[in-house]
Design a protein around this ligand. Structure first.
Ligand code: CA
Length: 476
């Protein structure tokens, strides 16, 4: 008798287990894959879908042609590290004091992404996704900040903000012993292990991204392809340089070649999805982490004013495209959207429960793109630059900029003055007052920066001093 009851329960548990795992498998097989391709310091006008004439990007353009071009796509900051902190948490990074480019401080557990913020990789991993990051991290060097400790199963890249591209220049094996300046020369890490690379770095990253897709083709996966190109140093291999013999300016030529290498990589990633039959049910995002620093890397932000690190449009309005053939038709979408929306959109499509005590600042864009919602996804978008004492508030078509503790106010009508040339603050005091009150309310939700940044290092101060000296020299 006892034996029969025992057998019955064994059978019952087996049936339940098989049913549960089959159900999980079927949920997983429907869950879309997620790929975010983020470039570094790419100019707004340097992709075909935003009108580039001298740098063809046929592969990046495939994402746009088969999906959505966001003409007004913003990141949440205008330099690398805070922008990435915003993207990966889906929250304004000023809420948790992340307002500076991190320093290389492998022994400092407070330098980088706070442990009580959740990354997109962490929440996706929890619901069964395989998670990988290829390329630049830039969210802290302490072991607790390492991608493998922040939700990723696989990492192939560098922890710092930029990197040399040729293998023979990567001469420092152990990144923990490197100085701030030397971090660009360290070996690439595969998970925790330094490895010697053999190829031009962009090619190396593209190849690893394709391998990751091949290896994870049977699971739902999240792949963050975080190219450090076309961030300085300007270095390109002959294969790409020879495509741009018509560009006479050497800097622009090298930059173009670097962008072209990224475009080839994007092509390989998209081809792999197609071959594996994953094209239809994979969300692919393409964007830059901030605007182009036009003078430094010869990028081009087109009609936008200024560039990287600025509070003007060139600082954080970026090339931004999205493709999900199974659900989203081809379109040009003109309402402002944010890189913060990636987290919210992915959370919705992957059915991830959200912690409401830490609100996301992004929106799930799917109902906006399918036409269920006709309104703007964001009534208002904000930036605060603590160290520069700057704010921007985009509300409707208007943008308010405040400087010097709110003593200087500029108001632009972005719909009619994309290049922010006509300050209309004096003509519209009521609009200024309204946007300013939104700014004050938002600022009350933020905290001061919780760590010092790159600008506080000796390396940065020396660089600034040198630039000033050379400017003085020139003006004499
Ligand atoms: Ca950047």
């Amino acid at each position: 008798m006892e034996n029969n009851i025992y057998k019955f329960f064994i059978l019952l548990f087996s049936v339940l287990y098989v049913t549960a795992t089959t159900a999980q498998r079927s949920i997983n097989s429907q869950r879309p894959n997620i790929i975010v391709i983020m470039t570094d310091d790419l100019g707004y006008a340097d992709v075909g879908f935003n009108g580039s004439k001298d740098i063809p990007t046929p592969n990046i353009d495939r994402i746009a042609q088969q999906g959505v071009v966001f003409t007004n796509g913003y990141t949440s900051y205008s330099v690398c590290s805070p922008s990435r902190a915003g993207f990966i948490t889906g929250r304004y990074q000023q809420r948790f004091g992340y307002e500076r480019n991190v320093q290389h401080r492998p022994n400092d557990p407070n330098m980088g992404l706070p442990q009580d913020e959740k990354t997109l990789a962490e929440v996706l991993k929890k619901v069964g996704y395989s998670t990988g990051i290829i390329g630049k991290w830039h969210l802290g060097n302490h072991i607790s900040k390492h991608p493998l400790n922040r939700g990723f199963d696989y990492f192939y890249g560098h922890l710092g903000g930029g990197h040399m591209y040729f293998p023979e220049l990567l001469t420092i094996k152990d990144s923990r012993t490197a100085s701030e300046l030397e971090t660009y020369r360290t070996w690439i890490l595969e998970n925790h292990t330094p490895v010697k690379t053999t190829k031009y770095l962009t090619d190396e990253f593209s190849e690893k991204a394709v391998s990751f897709i091949e290896e994870q083709k049977s699971n739902p996966f999240f792949l963050f392809v975080s190219y450090n190109a076309p961030h300085t140093p300007l270095q390109a291999s002959e294969k790409y340089l020879e495509r741009f013999t018509q560009i006479k300016d050497e800097k622009r030529k090298t930059y173009a070649a670097m962008v072209s290498a990224v475009d080839d990589g994007v092509g390989e990633i998209l081809n792999k999805l197609k071959i594996l039959g994953l094209e239809e049910n994979t969300l692919v995002y393409f964007l830059s982490d901030n605007g182009g620093p036009e003078h430094r890397n010869a990028s081009d932000n087109g009609p936008l004013r200024a560039g990287k690190s600025s509070i003007y449009e060139g600082g954080n309005r970026v090339p931004f495209a999205f493709r999900w053939p199974q659900k989203i038709p081809q379109m040009v979408y003109r309402y402002p959207v944010s890189a913060l929306d990636i987290f919210s959109t992915v959370a919705a499509v992957a059915e991830i429960p959200i912690e409401y005590h830490k609100p996301l600042d992004g929106k799930n864009l799917i109902p906006f793109l399918t036409g269920v919602y006709k309104s703007r996804p964001h009534q208002t978008l904000f930036i605060r630059k603590f160290d520069d004492d700057l704010f921007s508030v985009i509300h409707g078509d208007y943008k308010l900029i405040t400087k010097k503790s709110n003593k200087i106010k500029e108001l632009y009508d972005l719909n009619n003055d994309l290049s922010e040339q006509n300050n209309i603050a004096k003509e519209h005091p009521e609009i200024v007052a309204k946007l300013d009150s939104l700014r004050i309310n938002w600022n009350n939700e933020l905290i001061d920066p919780v760590f010092l940044g790159l600008i506080h290092t000796e390396m940065w101060k020396n660089r600034k001093k040198k630039t000033l000296e050379s400017n003085n020299q020139r003006s004499k």
